[in-house]
Design a protein around this ligand. Structure first.
Ligand code: HEC
Length: 71
């Protein structure tokens, strides 16, 4: 029983983290009010290959579009 008490909060944290992660990129787009193609090459971005362009890479590094390379 002692174990369960440790496991549940850990699980809850993990689920929250995953959900936040999945939303992250749509949030990015909303926050920056930019179309997906600002940061992504044409095509379908996936977790394995997000197809980031120069601006996308910059954004990933810095977490902002300020000072990002122009298109
Ligand atoms: C402001 C820049 C920016 C915009 C706009 C943006 N993305 Fe992303 N996106 C990123 C970055 C940076 C990553 C890589 C995240 C990482 O590797 O941690 C990413 C990753 C992704 C992924 C890979 C899955 C993941 O969560 O890692 C998908 C799918 C994706 N984006 C879809 C979209 C779609 C669809 C839109 C338009 C609604 C969009 N993105 C708009 C920057 C952006």
């Amino acid at each position: 029983m002692k174990r369960m008490r440790l496991l549940l909060p850990a699980l809850a944290a993990a689920v929250t983290f995953l959900a936040a992660n999945a939303l992250a990129t749509v949030e990015m787009s909303k926050k920056e009010k930019k179309p997906c193609t600002t940061c992504h090459e044409k095509g379908k971005p996936t977790k394995e290959n997000p197809l980031l362009n120069e601006i996308g890479k910059y954004y990933k590094q810095k977490g902002t579009l300020e000072g990002a390379p122009k298109k």
